[in-house]
Design a protein around this ligand. Structure first.
Ligand SMILES: Cc1cc2nc3c(=O)[nH]c(=O)nc-3n(C[C@H](O)[C@H](O)[C@H](O)COP(=O)(O)O)c2cc1C
Length: 230
């Protein structure tokens, strides 16, 4: 009798042990599940920066207080698209962002450029001669979040518009990829790609496309193709 009781106790102990072990396994499974989902979460956070792209652009539109009734014919280089004023570099930026599936960030100056085209041309020349650094408005971008930048701007006097010098001196793009795109009226990139390389010597700076501003809408497909292929 005593042996029988002992056997039953032993069996119960074995059963309780097995149940406890299986409970632990379930807990461990659950733990490892949450660990892997944590890991997935981390890698998701990682992939927030891994491969994340942004289009950073500068355009005369967005840096000029055009009157509501501005006329595209009398204000060179702007386009009026369903009542909205657009710049050539802005349109290029929009095509790139649409193809890359990323957001855009516009570089804007504190002090807008003159509405008159020729006055802007002269002021930009003056800024270049003085090696000026025009102050930027809301220069709040956190570049740490991005790995690839599509940089879009108009060629100004065969160089970057001076606000881009301010921008690159404010931010560090080391180890990031910068694909350079310009709009122009005949000069192509001029020295702009080299200028970006000098400003960001530790970035991987690539020549994208230089498109004549007047043709930018006709070039939408070739702009998108470059983004798709690179
Ligand atoms: C201040 C200024 C300087 C310019 N300098 C040049 C130049 O040196 N070479 C060129 O091909 N086009 C030049 N352009 C023409 C612009 O690069 C061209 O119109 C561009 O498409 C404008 O883009 P946006 O509308 O986005 O500002 C200049 C335009 C401005 C306003």
């Amino acid at each position: 009798m005593r042996i029988k009781s002992l056997m039953i106790l032993l069996m119960c102990a074995v059963l309780m042990f097995t149940a406890a072990c299986s409970g632990n396994n379930q807990k461990n499974d659950a733990d490892s599940g949450s660990a892997s989902s944590d890991t997935a979460g981390n890698s998701e956070n990682g992939s927030k920066t891994d491969g994340k792209s942004i289009v950073i652009y500068f355009s005369r539109v967005g840096n000029t207080d055009f009157p509501a009734d501005v006329d595209a014919l009398t204000s060179a280089s702007i386009r009026i698209d369903n009542g909205t004023v657009k710049g050539n570099a802005q349109l290029m930026a929009e095509y790139i962002a649409a193809e890359a599936g990323c957001e855009t960030y516009e570089i804007t100056v504190e002090e807008p450029y003159p509405v008159d085209y020729d006055e802007t041309v002269n002021l930009a020349r003056e800024e270049q001669n003085k090696n000026a650094r025009p102050a930027l408005k809301n220069d709040t971008i956190n570049t740490d979040e991005y790995d690839t930048v599509y940089l879009v701007f108009p060629n100004w006097w065969a160089d970057l518009p001076m606000p881009l010098y301010t921008f690159f001196e404010n931010h560090d793009f080391s180890s990031k990829t910068i694909n350079v795109f310009a709009t122009h009226e005949g000069s192509g990139f001029s020295k702009t790609v080299d200028a970006v390389k000098k400003l960001e010597p530790k970035a991987d700076v690539n020549e994208g496309l230089a498109v004549r501003g007047a043709n930018v809408t006709d070039e939408e497909q070739s702009i998108r193709k470059w983004v798709k292929d690179n």
